[in-house]
Design a protein around this ligand. Structure first.
Ligand code: TYM
Length: 345
């Protein structure tokens, strides 16, 4: 796994270093705390140091079932959630994938460099094709090629994502390497950037990933406090405290997941509960209370900002239009170069 844990900091007061960041999120209804911990939280930090592109990937989302009439609103909701959670549209380029048609063009060109066997080995493809009720569509297989195009179009080097996307980043790296070898040095090789909490597990089933497709597994970014408390209280742990001297490394998946969340949302309470765990004296109800308080507190301002933003859909549309205007020239420059290199003049 090629993972860059820590991005290089920008020189104090100096110019931005020309490393670009790219990441994306599907507008599939709910943005949850797994998305926040694994991805958006990092994006909000990285945007201060690097030229950053954050994309609402509508073309990816339509590979799953979706409601056509509701879809435009889903896109606006996803953008609003990202802005509310800390993406600053003045600092970052926040835009919608389909507003920059070069994503599709580059995807086609990269398709000719991508072995089908490698696409068939992608874990997410295997999972999603197993669940597909009405046959497996080519869009599902080629999904990671579009993802490669997303990143390579901006020649981005850092790709802040949750763990489930690492395999896709590996693939785009392979595609970029193949392109550079065949057509000349063009793309920097992208690297996945993970943080603590790169894989937040479902609260009600810690063997599975927290996911918007499983209700009860997630806490939405804009969930009301009572519901947050209820879900945290109901999170799967162990029937009682562990034996004295137990190590957190050996904790059950549910307990480990709550400790990860505690470290992210209430780091000042972490040592105290870790010690109680080690001493065999932990009360999970108290830990859950501390965690729920911290989650409620963290997302209270996010929820307020979101509520304000969704009242002003034109403002969100303007932000996204502005993002596409900034993204497009970069995408066009890359495409001109790529077309030339591939003999498409
Ligand atoms: P998506 O929309 O499923 O998720 C958005 C981001 O949230 C992370 N994430 C999680 N992190 C920790 N714990 C979890 N339980 C959890 N669930 C989701 C994901 O890893 C992701 O970083 N294919 C991508 C979107 C995409 C993309 C890209 C990402 C399209 N093009 C280019 C990076 C670069 C996806 O479906 O993310």
């Amino acid at each position: 796994m090629r993972v860059q844990e820590q991005a290089r900091p920008a020189p104090a007061g100096g110019p931005r270093i020309p490393v670009r960041v790219f990441s994306g999120i599907q507008p599939t209804g709910v943005v949850h705390i797994g998305n926040y911990v694994g991805a958006i939280r990092q994006w909000a930090q990285l945007q201060r140091e690097f030229e950053s592109y954050f994309c609402i990937v509508d073309l990816h989302a339509i590979t799953g079932s979706y409601d056509v009439a509701e879809f435009p609103q889903r896109v606006l909701d996803a953008a609003a959630a990202n802005v509310a959670a800390g993406i600053d549209p003045n600092q970052s380029v926040l835009f919608v994938q389909s507003h920059v048609p070069e994503h599709c063009e580059l995807m086609w060109l990269l398709n000719v460099l991508t072995p089908v066997g490698q696409l068939e080995r992608m874990t997410q493809y295997k999972e999603r094709s197993r669940r597909a009720k009405t046959g497996v569509m080519a869009g599902l297989l080629n999904y990671p090629v579009l993802q490669a195009a997303d990143v390579l179009l901006y020649k981005a080097k850092l790709v802040p994502v949750g763990e489930d996307q690492v395999q896709h980043v590996e693939l785009m790296r392979d595609i970029a390497e193949r392109f550079n070898k065949q057509f000349g040095e063009t793309f920097p090789l992208p690297e996945a950037r993970l943080t603590k909490g790169a894989r937040i597990m479902a609260l009600n089933d810690p063997a599975a990933k927290m996911s918007k497709s499983v209700s009860g597994s997630y806490i939405a970014l804009v969930e009301d406090p009572e519901s947050i408390r209820k879900k945290v209280r109901a999170a799967v742990t162990d029937p009682g405290p562990p034996k004295k001297g137990s190590k957190l490394d050996d904790a059950s998946p549910g307990v480990a997941n709550l400790f990860t969340l505690l470290e992210v949302f209430a780091p000042h309470r972490y040592a105290e509960f870790a010690e109680a765990y080690h001493d065999g004296a932990i009360r999970y109800s108290e830990m859950k209370q501390a965690l729920a308080d911290a989650i409620v507190e963290t997302f209270a301002p996010v929820r307020d900002r979101y509520a304000q933003l969704v009242q002003r859909p034109d403002e969100i549309r303007d932000i996204l239009a502005g993002g596409a205007r900034r993204a497009r020239p970069v995408a066009q420059t890359t495409m001109e170069e790529v077309r030339k290199e591939m003999g498409l003049r």
